[in-house]
Every structure is written in C-alpha cells, then in structure tokens.
Ligand binder design. Structure first.
Ligand code: ADQ
Length: 479
C-alpha cells in the first residue's frame, strides 16, 4: 500500500472518549489540479447525528477513507478526528462487495436476490473486522464509549471487547435483521451472533429485528433472555432494543420553507409541463427498493386510462450504487429497458410519462423536489427504515401532499397515516396510487399533520440521544 498525505495538518488523536466506527469515514477526497489532496465532509444523517456528541467529547471516527491500497494517517477535518482504516483492492472485493453486499445485504433483505456464500469472502470479513477493532482499540481511551455501525462490522463488538473489556460498546444495525428461518442459511450464523453479543447494547430499526435477534440467540447459542435482555456467556447483560433512525427534521423543514426552494419547486413543475399531479420516487438504485414494480404500476394506470398522460408526470431519481456487483448492473439494465418501454409505448412529444434521473443532488434540490411532488412513492420490498419517506413528510409544511409507503419499510411502523401498500401486489399498488392522488385535501392534511408531528418529535438527535443514554445505563464496565 502507498501512503497518501492528507492535507489536514492536525495531529492524530492519542485518545478519544467517544468513538464512532463505520465502514466509511464521513468524508470524500477531493483532488486539486495541482495534485494536492483535500477532504470534504460528505453530507449525511450520521454526521449530523454524531457531530454534536463528537464535539462535546473528544470524539473520533474510525472508517475506510474510500480508496483501496492506500494508507492514510489519522487526521482532523472540520474539527472531527478521523482514523482511516486501509483496505486492499482484494479486500474491497471480498469483504465489501462480496460478503457485505452479496452475502449479507440480500440475506438480511428477505433474500430478494439470492445471497452467495463464499468461504474466502468470510475470511476477508473476519480479517477486516479485526483491523477495525484494532484501530478502535488503539484510539479509545480507558472507559470510552464506542458506537459500531452496521452490517459490515458485526464482528467488531466481540473482537473489541476481547482486547478492551473496559469499553462501553454499542452496535446499531441500519438494515433489517432477518427472520430466523432465513438467517439460519448463513454458514457463519453463530459467529455473527457472538460478534454482536460483544456489545452492551444492540440496536435495531424496528422491534421485529430485535425480536428476531433475541430468538436466534436463544435457539442457536442457548443463552437465556428476559424481555429485551440477554445473559451472555461471560455473565454480562446485553440489551437488544429498537431505535428507529430519523432525519434532521428542523434543518430540512427550514430549507424546504425557504423562498428559493419554493421558487425552484415551481420551476421543476413548469419544466415538467405543469402536470396536475406530480409523482416522485427517490432511491438508491437497489433491488430492495421496489423500483420496477412501482413504475410498472404507474405505466399500467396510464395504459388503463385511470391516469391521463397529459395530467401526470413521474420523476424517478435513482442514484446508481454498488455498480461492481452483478445484481446492481442487472437492475440498471432492467430499469433502462422498462423506462424506455413505458416512455416509448405511451409517451408523446414533450410528454414522457417518466423522467428518469441518475444524478446525485444537493440538499436544496432534494428539498425542492419534495416540495414539488404531490404524491411521494416509496415502495421498497424490504427496507430497514427509509429516510426518504421521513424527508418528504418533513418538507410538507402546508400539510398537503400524499405519501404512498410500503408496509415493508421500517418507516411504516411510525408513519401509520401513509397510504400503505404491499409492493408485491401491483393491482393493490395501483389502487393506492389513485387513492393517494384523489383523496380530499382534508384527509390528506389530517394524515400529513400526524406524520409531521411524529417526524418532528423523533428526529435524528432524539435517535442518537436515546441510544447513547441507554448505552450509558449499561452495566458498569470492568477496570
Ligand atoms: P439507504 O438504503 O441508502 O440507507 P434511505 O434510508 O432512503 O436508504 O436513505 C437514502 C438517503 O440518500 C436519503 O437521505 C436521501 O435523501 C439520500 N438520497 C437518495 N438519492 C439521492 C440523490 N439522488 N441525491 C441526493 N441524495 C439522495 C440505509 C438503509 C435504510 C436506512 C438508512 C439509515 O437501507 O433502510 O433508513 O440506511 O439507517
């Protein structure tokens, strides 16, 4: 590996009393024409959530910086201590694209795509998890609080505890934790459960995930549980509980209310030919998001005459992701074909029914899109939470607009007043889209008001604070 010199000048942190551990650091590298390297904080919920805590304590963030085969020394960016963990190109393939995204991701999302099990991917997963644990152990001071994030790092809690029994360790899973029958397919099912049990507190998006985990711990590891508590083999108590993640509601609402956002929203509608009803989808291009069925339902509604081509438009934003994984390339081709067919078959000059966009947008543009849309369509086949649904709600200060939401998104547990759909039922989805569009303004306002209150009261800060408060209550750590 070649060393890269980060532009930041700060000294690496010797110790930190609060450490976030995630696959990726919250920064992207920017290379200037003169060859110098800079880092830009990547916008995202997690940075927003952790920043205040990291600033209050001597916080550090441990994660991969995004480029393979390269060592980067710890550095400071925007006041955050960042500790890069190196990955070789073959580790990116085997640990990240392989075990994380081709084994665990589909397995944890109801095996919508078939998970692949390869022993060498597992080996890489173990090696990389150990490296993350080592880097964390080196940066955490005595008795520090460590918060490990997501499915790429499920072995880190136990690896870390072995080296550092003095730490308070929390783990949060951003994706669903699968039903026991599916989970048991995993050849390394016990190792992962044991890895997670290294934490004092294991957090899930919804209570169903915590229940699945508790059942597996009882059945597979024969450990006693009482409500949400597990008596671990070493005598510790581990708590498994749900903490539904959320968004920076106030920040987004403020942005949505800005006059410039309103103007941009009006401009978007004008550019689309001023449709009477604008449908919007915003997703990563991922097979879990239910993109194909949703667009098929919309196309059929026009075909059936239930929607008038001249009166409606569908904007689907789908940012490509994980493009080196086969299933994702396949989905991209399938989407190209489907959108092409629908637009080709039923569109007219100046009236393509679907506007399909791959771009990534700044927050301002996202807020304008949410403000412009009459019906937000969020129809994943399975989703840990789905922040897009919450973002849309946060932007609807006039309590207008309608959210069509899959029952299989974690967000459906909180946003009960959405127009809920089973995304596998295309006819049902068609009915719900029409209902959401045609419902009276009064009904829409009633639904939106309740959802907006929910998202205002349960924002990202509430999520982080609740988790960390519960972690602080965890049994006292060893000296
Ligand atoms: P994701 O699967 O990535 O997250 P989601 O929760 O919807 O899904 O978050 C996507 C985020 O990316 C949203 O904040 C959205 O605004 C943003 N985004 C999407 N497309 C964009 C674009 N083109 N330009 C700019 N921003 C865009 C995983 C889990 C989810 C869980 C989250 C958080 O799969 O279930 O909600 O983590 O825990």
């Amino acid at each position: 590996m070649t060393p890269a010199d980060p532009s930041a000048s700060a000294q690496p942190p010797a110790t930190a009393s609060f450490v976030v551990v995630a696959n990726r650091l919250p920064v992207d590298r920017v290379e200037h024409p003169d060859g110098s390297v800079d880092w830009r904080t990547s916008p995202g919920g997690l940075v927003t959530a952790f920043e205040p805590v990291m600033r209050r304590h001597d916080g550090a963030w441990v994660g991969w910086h995004g480029a393979p085969d390269e060592e980067v020394a710890p550095f400071e960016n925007d006041g955050l201590q960042l500790v890069p963990v190196p990955l070789s190109a073959s580790e990116v393939e085997e640990y990240y694209e392989g075990f994380s995204n081709t084994t665990l991701w589909p397995l944890y999302h109801d095996v919508i795509a078939a998970p692949e099990f390869h022993r060498e991917w597992w080996d890489a997963y173990v090696v990389v998890n150990q490296r993350f644990a080592d880097a964390t152990a080196a940066v955490a001071e005595q008795g520090a609080v460590v918060w490990v994030q997501d499915y790429q790092l499920q072995l880190v809690p136990a690896m870390l505890r072995r080296q550092r029994p003095d730490l308070r360790i929390g783990f949060f899973l951003h994706i669903p934790f699968p039903p026991t029958e599916l989970y048991q397919q995993l050849p390394w099912r016990n190792q992962i459960l044991e890895g997670l049990l290294g934490a004092d507190l294991v957090g899930f998006q919804v209570s169903g995930g915590a229940q699945n985990f508790l059942r597996l711990v009882r059945a597979r590891l024969r450990q006693e549980t009482h409500r949400d508590e597990i008596r671990a083999a070493d005598g510790r108590t581990v708590v498994a509980r749900s903490y539904p993640i959320s968004i920076d509601t106030a920040g987004l609402a403020e942005l949505a209310a800005a006059p410039a956002t309103a103007e941009r929203a009006a401009e978007i509608r004008r550019d689309l030919g001023d449709p009477k009803v604008l449908f919007l989808g915003v997703d990563r291009l991922d097979y879990t998001k239910g993109l194909l069925a949703r667009l098929r339902a919309f196309g059929e509604l026009i075909d059936d005459g239930a929607l008038e081509l001249d009166e409606v438009a569908f904007v689907q934003v789908a940012t490509p992701s994980r493009e080196r994984v086969d299933e994702y390339r396949q989905l991209r081709d399938d989407m190209d074909r489907l959108v092409g067919r629908i637009n080709g078959d039923i569109g007219r000059i100046g009236r393509p029914p679907i506007t399909y966009l791959h771009s990534s947008y700044p927050r301002e543009e996202m807020a304008a899109l949410y403000r412009a849309a009459d019906v937000m369509v969020v129809t994943p086949l399975r989703d840990g939470m789905n922040l897009v649904a919450k973002e849309y709600v946060a932007c609807r200060q006039a309590d207008d607009g309608a959210l069509v939401l899959s029952e299989f998104a974690g967000a459906a547990k909180e946003l009960r007043q959405a127009y809920l759909v089973n995304p596998y039922d295309i006819n049902g989805m068609k009915d719900r889209l029409v209902e959401a569009m045609d419902d009276s303004p009064r009904n829409k306002a009633r639904r939106m008001r309740v959802m907006r209150r929910q998202v205002a009261e349960h924002d990202i800060d509430h999520w982080a604070t609740t988790f960390l408060d519960d972690l602080a209550q965890a049994q006292p750590t060893a000296d």
